[in-house]
Design a protein around this ligand. Structure first.
Ligand SMILES: Cc1cc2nc3c(=O)[nH]c(=O)nc-3n(C[C@H](O)[C@H](O)[C@H](O)COP(=O)(O)OP(=O)(O)OC[C@H]3O[C@@H](n4cnc5c(N)ncnc54)[C@H](O)[C@@H]3O)c2cc1C
Length: 95
């Protein structure tokens, strides 16, 4: 479900960007969902391989290590949520 949600949100952000409309909310939502999807997929891949999933000889170890980056950079998921809270929910700026 999450990869599909990320893809749908990505296309929405791209369309808004192409017509010159603000797309920060959609872009942040895309990044949040895609980061989660990558991390979930990488975790499942490692677990599917069992102990070998942790061995450097298998690429899934690298996918797992790299999947955490999407949750941290270029901004952390918490800051994406801060943006959504402020712009979509009208909550006060929290940072
Ligand atoms: C592989 C990699 C490459 C990078 N490349 C670049 C680059 O080329 N150029 C560049 O400028 N930077 C780069 N960075 C840095 C990256 O942009 C920062 O790591 C990222 O913005 C997170 O900031 P931070 O590391 O200061 O962590 P922090 O912001 O200190 O986050 C630490 C923790 O605190 C939480 N947190 C922070 N603020 C809030 C808040 N307001 N509310 C709730 N929780 C919060 C975070 O979610 C996280 O859990 C890179 C980082 C990595 C890992």
């Amino acid at each position: 479900m999450r990869p599909l949600a990320a893809e749908t949100m990505m296309f929405k952000a791209a369309v808004l960007h192409d017509v010159g409309k603000p797309c920060g909310l959609e872009a942040n939502s895309t990044k949040y969902l895609a980061g989660d999807a990558f991390f979930e997929s990488a975790t499942r891949a490692v677990r599917t391989h069992g102990g070998f999933g942790c061995a450097k000889a298998f690429h899934v170890e690298r996918y797992f290590r790299e999947a955490i980056i999407g949750l941290i950079a270029p901004v952390s998921q918490q800051l994406m949520l801060c943006h959504i809270a402020e712009k979509a929910l009208g909550l006060p700026k929290s940072y």
